[in-house]
Design a protein around this ligand. Structure first.
Ligand code: UDP
Length: 237
C-alpha cells in the first residue's frame, strides 16, 4: 500500500491517504498533550508503544466480534485503517469514579460505579469537549438516535471484553473513551485504544498506569504504558 499525503494532524496521531480510497494510514507520533492541547510534550518511544498497544487491543475486540477500523500494522509507529466518516462524539464508560466525574459531581475518586456509567462528549477542543446528550446529538446532527444506540451498545460490549483482559493482568479498567465512524453504512470503532484514552490502575496498589501520570506530572509515563502492555501480552520487541 502506497502512502500519499497527510490528510490531518491530530494532537498525537497524523492521518495519511493511500492509493486505496477505502484505507488510511495512522501515524502514532511521540507527541503527547493534555488539557485540550495546552500542554504538549514529546515522549520517546510513545508512538511505537501506543501503536503496538492499540493493535493488540483492536485484535482482541475484533476477535470478540466488535467491528473495528483496524486492518493491520504497517511499521513500528503506523497502522492501516478503514477510511471512515468519523462522528464528532466521544463515548465514555466508567467503572470507577475518577477524572471529570469526580470534579463535576463532587464524588470521591475510587468509588465503584455499579452499574457502569455512559457519557457523551462533543469532540471540540475550542469548547473543551463539552458533555452532551442524545437529544443534543440528534438536534445538531452529530449522530442519529440509531447510531447513538449502536455506539452505546458497542461501548458496553468493549467494557466486558477489556475489563476481563486487564483484570487478568492485575489491572483495573477505571474508564475509557471510544470514538466511532461510519464505514459503508455500518458503525465501526475508530481512533485508538491506548493508555492515552483510558485509566488503568494496579488492582492491588491502585497506582495510576495511564495518561494521568502525564496530566499529574508523576513521571514514568511510557514505562507505565509498557508495563501495562506487558501484563496483558503486548509484544514491544
Ligand atoms: N478522555 C480522552 N480524551 C478526551 C477526554 C477524555 O481520551 O478528550 C478519556 C480519559 O483519558 C479518561 C476518560 O476518557 O480515560 C474519561 O475522561 P474524563 O471525562 O474523566 O476527563 P479528563 O479527566 O480526562 O479530562
Amino acid at each position: 500500500m502506497e502512502k500519499r499525503h497527510e490528510l490531518y494532524a491530530g494532537k498525537a496521531k497524523s492521518v495519511f491517504t493511500t492509493d486505496d480510497p477505502d484505507r488510511l494510514i495512522l501515524h502514532f507520533r511521540d507527541d503527547t498533550s493534555a488539557f485540550d492541547g495546552e500542554r504538549m510534550e514529546s515522549l520517546e518511544r510513545k508512538g511505537m508503544v501506543n501503536n503496538r498497544f492499540n493493535a493488540f487491543i483492536m485484535g482482541r475486540l475484533d476477535a470478540a466480534g466488535i467491528p473495528t477500523h483496524f486492518e493491520g500494522l504497517r511499521s513500528d509507529d503506523e497502522c492501516v485503517v478503514k477510511n471512515m466518516e468519523m462522528l464528532p462524539v466521544e463515548c465514555v464508560v466508567r467503572n470507577i469514579a475518577a477524572g471529570s466525574l469526580v470534579k463535576r459531581l463532587g464524588v470521591e475518586e475510587g468509588g465503584e460505579l455499579d452499574p457502569p456509567t455512559f457519557e457523551l462528549f462533543l469532540k471540540n477542543d475550542a469548547q473543551h469537549d463539552p458533555m452532551i446528550n442524545e437529544s443534543l446529538a440528534e438536534t445538531f446532527g452529530w449522530a442519529t438516535p440509531e447510531q447513538l444506540a449502536e455506539m452505546k451498545a458497542l461501548t458496553f460490549r468493549v467494557n466486558e471484553v477489556l475489563k476481563k483482559l486487564f483484570a487478568d493482568g492485575g489491572l483495573l479498567l477505571v474508564d475509557y473513551k471510544l470514538e466511532f465512524g461510519v464505514f459503508k453504512g455500518q458503525i465501526v470503532l475508530g481512533d485508538e485504544f491506548s493508555p492515552d484514552g483510558c485509566r488503568l490502575w494496579d488492582a492491588e496498589t491502585r497506582e495510576k498506569l495511564d495518561k494521568d501520570r502525564f496530566r499529574q506530572g508523576l513521571g514514568g509515563v511510557i514505562e507505565a504504558y509498557e508495563e501495562v502492555g506487558k501484563r496483558i501480552g503486548v509484544d514491544f520487541s
